[in-house]
Design a protein around this ligand. Structure first.
Ligand SMILES: [Zn+2]
Length: 307
């Protein structure tokens, strides 16, 4: 089984607990998958803003690269998705969860890109300098600064991530750019009406643009009841596929940032989900969901800059 996971919070969780990246929930010492590409999000909480947020981002990046330097056989930074010489280790890519990381400065976006960040959720749940999150009390959409950030991200080749973004923010993004974008860890609202999930219109727009939607394993985003096990994830996958999402459906586990069903923890849980999906969908489709859709999308967007 190959895994391309669009989102985990392991980097932030381990940093906050003053532990090594290897001490989170990811099986970084086991080489558990045939291939493994993992986005490591730097998560900025809504109580971090300005230079404090930026400094936390820098500390997180440092923690990621020091783990890569200390344990090169377990985790490394992806420079080329086609380079199979490092396939036995977890190939990591940095992302930002919460555009507040930039501290309100466009020049910090350039620095984040140079440090290896290739995807960024524009907001977390509340307002930040870029715009409103999905739980903001008033939905102001994207700010002028947020729009300037998106346009510069397009030029740099950093992918916009709409998970956590407000409904109007999503509309503003669509009006601003023709570029495909990603919902790295969001499910279908029609299956589970949680505001963090995507409406059918949003899913169709991501499909139309050729973006990605990563299935999130957080139980409250999967089902209102009976959240345990694989069935709720299959329902979300079936729904997104029924809208035409064969090329956009992917995995965004949210490990270390989510409440996971015990059946979904660790490589055995993911392999169980993979096997269960293979009973429902053709294997080639399951391989696309677990790996190839995200691989194809990011193939042209990874690499170039070194810290
Ligand atoms: Zn999140």
């Amino acid at each position: 089984m190959k895994l391309f996971d669009l989102h985990c919070d392991t980097l932030t969780e381990t940093l906050k607990k003053k532990k090594s990246l290897l001490d989170g929930s990811l099986p970084l010492s086991d080489s558990p998958y045939e291939e493994w590409v993992q986005f490591f999000a730097v998560f900025i909480h809504d109580n971090q803003r300005g230079e404090e947020a930026w400094r936390f981002f820098l500390r997180s990046v440092e923690a990621f690269y020091s783990a890569c330097a200390l344990y090169p056989d377990r985790v490394c930074r992806v420079n080329d998705l086609d380079d199979s010489s490092v396939s036995s280790c977890c190939r990591g890519i940095l992302s930002i969860e919460g555009g507040a990381a930039l501290g309100g400065k466009l020049e910090h976006l350039e620095e984040a890109y140079a440090l290896g960040v290739r995807m960024m959720t524009l907001t977390w749940n509340r307002d930040c300098e870029l715009g409103s999150g999905i739980l903001s009390s008033i939905d102001r959409g994207l700010s002028e600064f947020g729009k300037a950030v998106v346009l510069r991200m397009n030029q740099l080749g950093m992918v916009a991530d709409v998970s956590h973004l407000s409904r109007k923010g999503f509309e503003d993004l669509c009006a601003l750019t023709d570029q495909p974008f990603v919902a790295s860890h969001s499910n279908a609202y029609a299956v589970c009406p949680n505001p963090r999930n995507l409406t059918d219109e949003q899913i169709k727009e991501i499909i139309r643009r050729g973006g990605l939607i990563g299935l999130n394993f957080h139980m409250p985003f999967l089902a209102l009841s009976d959240q345990d096990g694989y069935a709720p994830i299959l329902h979300h996958a079936e729904h997104i596929l029924s809208l035409g999402g064969e090329r956009v459906l992917a995995i965004g586990t949210d490990i270390d940032g989510a409440d996971l069903s015990p059946r979904l923890t660790g490589p055995d849980g993911l392999r169980g989900l993979y096997d269960e999906m293979c009973r429902v969908f053709p294997k080639i489709r399951v391989d696309e969901i677990f790996y190839y859709n995200a691989f194809r999308f990011f193939k042209s967007k990874i690499g170039v800059a070194h810290p």
